[in-house]
Design a binder for this molecule. Structure first.
Ligand code: GAP
Length: 548
């Protein structure tokens, strides 16, 4: 069992990720770029395996003739790969142009910028002086951070810290300012020496802007990097319908990069500025949408469990009814207890949303707003649509019921990087294994599900002589067409096992003296450490079966 607190566990995961080539800071030799991450040799394989598992389980391997458990009927799945830069009108009609923003707040003294909703604080008083001490830290680090800041502000020595009188626990700065309990003038900024340096909050659109064409200059050339892959699917709805034989209910899936100019990227890859999403837009008959919503919510929840995430660290959080848009019958988040969060806190891995007909109608009619409980086209002062839609008919004619309707959409939207991070955190274990002399040795082992493990098998000749490398190389060549495997003859076999444990390789195959005599190898299981003898001729089939 791991004994460290979760922050030190997270530090170890980040350090292993770098040391073993899972994840590097982008542009590290130039000091790195905040919010951008590169995947190293093991990381790229892990993330690819996450995306491949998703695509295989949701799209390529989907049986469209069967009624899957919990599904109201059989359904079809297909895919798309859309561009990152799309027509600017897409983002105007989707609502991102007007509404996709966070509130940011600047510090005049430290010149630092924060997300308003990320600032928390508490009242501290000492000898008649009172200040609302804020922090931008989260989890276990937030309270100690406020203590350190208050100590500095009041000019106290460490042994005087107990003299500070605290006015309660941490609260959101945004909430206390809104409630009038504190003002920004009372607040000591996270990196400031005196209170009153925080500016009024301002809106900040999260879309990255760019310009199209060499003569770019005026507003018409403004374009945006997509902040979600979903819109590419909506605007291609008719293309897919007209060119493939799909009929409602069906889903369109897409995996690809999205970009958000996050004000404060943080927590390793959890909140990045460039990341990948795995999204499905599932189109169904409005009357059946509640059932489809429940199906996708449960299906996606089960997917994470099937790939080995610890059930106790996963949470399915249904949004409360007052959090839902009026057209929505449900939204749920699948959340994971990441080690950088405080005990009891969870971070979003995936959202499953019932989006009604909002998106297809917006791209037909123009940007919609809610008025008296209804979605209507938002108009400008001239009475014309504020953002004009495409005018294309995105309704669907149902051949079976002979009805025409705008399909409702269920959207399971997952983050490939967040998923990869959750699998990385969940896999991290420290335990003890006996060394060559039978003495316990501590080991770090990444217990990835075999489907996700970057390397499935390592082939290790015990010594570099006596014909062992030749047998090992033959076995490596037999396995390689079927799965990612490595040949390693360098160093003591115990060290080679340790290297593979850290990479998360589920199986090690050792070629030893007995192999030469009876054509069997030792198969070592990463998790149980059980070693069994397997005929060389059966290894490929055996491991393929285990992976199936
Ligand atoms: N189309 C709906 C949509 O984009 P979202 O909740 O904003 O919904 C979906 O994003 C998923 O994308 C999140 O659950 C998360 O896994 C991932 N994601 C969103 N922002 C991210 C970021 N800044 N860094 C990494 N992943 C992010």
């Amino acid at each position: 069992m791991d004994k460290q607190n979760d922050q030190s566990r997270m530090d170890k995961i980040v350090s292993l990720a770098k040391r073993r080539g899972f994840i590097f800071q982008s542009s590290e030799i130039y000091g790195g770029l905040n919010g951008f991450w590169d995947y190293g040799p093991l990381g790229v394989a892990l993330k690819r395996n996450v995306k491949d598992a998703w695509w295989r389980d949701m799209v390529a391997g989907h049986d469209e003739l069967a009624t899957l458990a919990g599904a109201p009927s059989p359904y079809e799945m297909t895919g798309l790969d859309c561009t990152i830069i799309m027509h600017p009108q897409v983002w105007k009609c989707s609502g991102h142009f007007d509404l996709f923003h966070d509130w940011m707040i600047d510090c005049r003294e430290s010149k630092r910028r924060y997300r308003y909703d990320h600032l928390h604080g508490r009242w501290a008083a000492h000898r008649g002086k009172k200040v609302f001490v804020t922090t931008d830290q989260s989890g276990d680090e937030a309270v100690p951070d406020t203590v350190a800041k208050a100590q500095k502000f009041f000019g106290l020595r460490a042994k005087q810290v107990d003299e500070i009188e605290w006015g309660g626990g941490l609260e959101s700065l945004q909430a206390v300012v809104a409630a009038g309990v504190a003002s920004l003038a009372d607040a000591l900024g996270p990196d400031a020496a005196a209170p009153g340096s925080l500016t009024e909050p301002r809106e900040f659109n999260l879309m990255f802007e760019t310009r199209i064409g060499a003569l770019a200059g005026d507003d018409d050339d403004r374009a945006f990097l997509r902040p979600e892959t979903a819109q590419g699917i909506f605007v291609n709805f008719k293309n897919v319908l007209d060119t493939s034989r799909v009929s409602v209910p069906f889903g369109i899936a897409q995996v690809g990069k999205s970009f958000r100019n996050e004000i404060t990227p943080r927590n390793f890859t959890f909140r990045s500025r460039e990341f990948e999403q795995m999204e499905i837009e599932f189109f169904c008959k409005p009357a059946d949408s509640a059932e489809w919503y429940r199906y996708w919510r449960d299906r996606r929840w089960k997917w994470y469990l099937d790939l080995g995430l610890t059930a106790g660290k996963l949470q399915l959080r249904e949004h409360a009814s007052d959090e839902l848009s009026h057209y929505s019958v449900g939204t749920a988040d699948i959340e994971y207890a990441f080690p950088f969060l405080a005990p009891g806190e969870f971070g979003e891995l995936e959202g499953i949303a019932h989006r009604g007909d909002f998106d297809l109608r917006s791209h037909m009619e123009g940007k919609l707003v809610r008025k008296n409980g209804e979605l209507v086209v938002e108009t400008g002062p001239d009475g014309k649509p504020r953002h004009r839609g495409s005018g294309k008919d995105l309704s669907y004619f149902d051949d079976v019921s002979r009805e025409r309707y705008v399909p409702h959409v269920i959207e399971p939207s997952a983050g490939a990087d967040r998923g990869t991070l959750a699998f990385l955190c969940d896999a991290y274990h420290e335990d003890e294994v006996p060394d060559a002399d039978g003495k316990p040795r501590s080991r770090t082992v990444m217990k990835f599900h075999p489907r996700l493990a970057p390397v499935k098998a390592a082939i290790l000749p015990l010594v570099k002589k006596d014909g062992m490398p030749e047998v090992a190389i033959d076995l490596y060549r037999a396995l390689k067409p079927h799965m990612a495997c490595q040949y390693d003859e360098k160093g003591a076999v115990g060290r080679r096992y340790a290297r593979q444990d850290e990479a998360g390789t589920p199986w090690c195959l050792t070629i030893d003296g007995q192999t030469l005599a009876d054509k069997t190898v030792t198969l070592r299981d990463r998790d149980s450490l059980v070693q069994s003898r397997v005929p060389v001729a059966e290894v490929v089939d055996l491991l393929r079966d285990k992976l199936a």
